[in-house]
Design a protein around this ligand. Structure first.
Ligand code: IMP
Ligand code: MG
Length: 189
């Protein structure tokens, strides 16, 4: 049982979403995407590095359709706090004009990341653009953002695992776990 197992990081508080629940939900999302895009000839899953990597690789194997994958890298975070300012560190390679794009992130917090990146992508004239996130913290939203494909809504915890990190740590956990931020700071980050 994941609940009883020893975590490889001392700052973990507890498991919020176990691995099998994530897998089930991701499979449902993938099948839904395959169905919604059955008439699409140019489907692109565009993931935000590095948090969305684990999610997108699992998700796409359930999208039983011709598709391609690309990535962008953006940053706005340091530790557990957003700066509100989103910087593009590396851009996608695909020319998305005329493509059906699904922009994928690991988690929505303030909403600035998906809002800012989707505005930028719309200027590049995709045929359609939808948003997908594994997790959402609705209590934290500072801007209006509509997530078309969502895995789970969670309370206002800082979480790691399944690709999500705190200062690059925790991405390898196969489940989503909350971070004890006091302990994290005491341990020296
Ligand atoms: P937003 O721009 O405030 O919506 O923040 C979204 C980005 O912040 C995501 O791409 C994550 O990288 C990061 N983030 C927000 N909350 C968490 C969390 O609880 N754990 C790990 N990363 C988070
Ligand atoms: Mg991220």
């Amino acid at each position: 049982m994941e609940g009883d197992m020893e975590h490889p990081y001392q700052f973990i508080d507890r498991v919020i979403i176990p691995h099998d629940e994530i897998q089930q939900r991701v499979r449902t999302l993938g099948r839904q995407i395959a169905d919604d895009y059955r008439d699409s000839e140019r489907l692109l899953l565009l993931g935000l590095l590095r948090g969305a990597v684990v999610f997108i690789t699992d998700l796409m194997m359930h999208v039983n359709r011709p598709m391609t994958m690309d990535f962008m890298s953006v940053s706005s975070y340091s530790g557990s706090e957003t700066s509100g300012f989103v910087r593009i560190d590396s851009d996608h390679k695909t020319n998305i004009r005329g493509w059906d794009v699904i922009l994928i992130d690991d988690i929505v917090d303030s909403g600035y990341t998906l809002k800012t990146v989707s505005k930028l992508l719309l200027d590049r004239q995709p045929r359609s653009l939808k948003l997908c996130a594994l997790l959402d913290k609705p209590d934290r939203h500072q801007v209006d953002v509509k997530i078309d494909y969502l895995g789970f809504s969670i309370p206002d915890y800082f979480v790691v695992g399944y690709g999500l990190d705190i200062d690059e740590k925790g991405r390898n956990l196969p489940y989503i776990a909350s971070v004890d931020l006091d302990k994290y700071r005491k341990l020296g980050g």
